[in-house]
Design a binder for this molecule. Structure first.
Ligand code: DCP
Ligand code: MG
Ligand code: MN
Length: 340
């Protein structure tokens, strides 16, 4: 998992990886989870190859790559193209699923359902579909949400949130995570994590922050306000919404605010920094050590039977991200090197 080799190998077999990734993304969008997963696994395997793959025999020997996928990979190497991907990409079905799937709040199943009802355009959806509150907001800002946010503007948004939060409680720890913390030049949204080192002052803070940001007109629409966390405890509370900086020619931007207790800070920071793919490999690694890694904590001594946890184990002391890497016997990786 050394990032240096990972980078080099991505270059060597880049054309193959790019086409497989495009296919995995399409399977994700159509909720074909099993196929998406086997493509993703193949990508991880190929990324680890230290040389250019140039024979079918090499591919079939790679762990976890079966005959059918091996043939497709060979097609990419041999012909430079991938017919199934091209057909899929240019199909009306995929074009429409993509169009609908890019509406915030519309998952693959709803996209498919709308397609089956005969809807083909955003106008069809706007006029004929039964829309949730989130999908209505998603449609309203369809084009704006598709645009990436320059990092300077993410910093401006962070400044506004900081001002309002710190006016309520001085001394809060406020950290923008996601693609911004990974150093990306542009971001899909703004992910802000808030906590307090005293372990108490974060409590009951989310709603006052949101109210304060709403009152000044910074927040324009709400998507999700949840003070109960889905996973295993109610310790994380979150707000997903839409913000608009003051001034001319501004765009509506997606903003996520998550408020958490300080003892979960390192695990939450790691999780919300991502990437999602990186998180998945960290969780898989934890699994191999009979540990369990979540956005809340890292547990050790977990007992699993048939993939369900029959003993949750005990939480480890994780004061920093570095400590989590250490428990997993990994050299520390800075956020900029966590894309995979
Ligand atoms: N995350 C995850 N699994 C998901 C969704 C999110 O592990 N299914 C974690 C990792 C992400 C972080 O949450 O990095 C923030 O989620 P975003 O969807 O905002 O993703 P990014 O900030 O990484 O990218 P973008 O620039 O598209 O916002
Ligand atoms: Mg983000
Ligand atoms: Mn986000």
């Amino acid at each position: 998992m050394s990032s240096q080799t990972a980078k080099k190998n991505t270059e060597i077999n880049k054309d193959i990886i790019d086409k497989l990734q495009a296919m995995a993304d399409l399977y994700d969008k159509t909720n074909d989870k099993w196929r998406a997963y086997s493509y993703q696994k193949a990508i991880t395997t190929i990324r680890r190859c230290t040389k250019r793959i140039d024979s079918y025999e090499e591919i079939i020997k790679l762990p976890g790559i079966g005959e059918s996928l091996a043939k497709k990979i060979w097609e990419i190497i041999d012909t430079g193209s991938f017919e199934k991907l091209e057909d899929f990409q240019s199909s009306e079905y995929m074009t429409v699923i993509n169009l609908f799937g890019n509406i915030w709040g519309c998952g693959p199943n709803i996209a498919k359902h709308w397609y089956d009802q005969g809807f083909r355009t955003l106008d069809d959806v706007r006029t004929k579909a039964k829309l949730s509150q989130n999908q209505t907001v998603g449609l309203k800002y369809y084009d704006e949400f598709r645009e990436r946010i320059p990092r300077d503007e993410v910093a401006e948004i962070e400044t506004v949130v900081k001002e309002h939060a710190l006016a309520l409680v001085p001394g809060l720890t406020i950290q923008t995570c996601g693609s911004y913390r990974r150093g990306k030049a542009t971001c899909g949204d703004v992910d802000i994590l808030i906590t307090h080192t005293d372990g108490i002052s974060h409590q009951g803070l989310l709603i006052p922050i949101v109210d304060s940001l709403r009152k000044c007109g910074f927040l324009t629409d709400d998507l999700v306000l949840s003070d109960k966390y889905e996973e295993d405890s109610g310790s994380h509370v979150k707000y997903f919404g839409v913000c608009l900086l003051p001034g001319e020619n501004r765009k509506h931007r997606r903003l996520d605010i998550i408020v958490i207790p300080y003892d979960e800070y390192a695990c939450a920071l790691l999780y919300f920094t991502g990437s999602a793919l990186f998180n998945r490999s960290m969780r898989n690694l934890a699994h191999q050590y009979n540990m369990y890694l979540s956005q809340h904590r890292l547990n050790t001594g977990v007992i699993r039977r048939n993939n369900s946890k029959i003993n949750m184990g005990t939480p480890l002391y994780t004061p920093t991200e570095e400590s989590i890497f250490k428990y997993l016997n990994l050299p520390y990786r800075p956020p900029e090197e966590r894309d995979h």
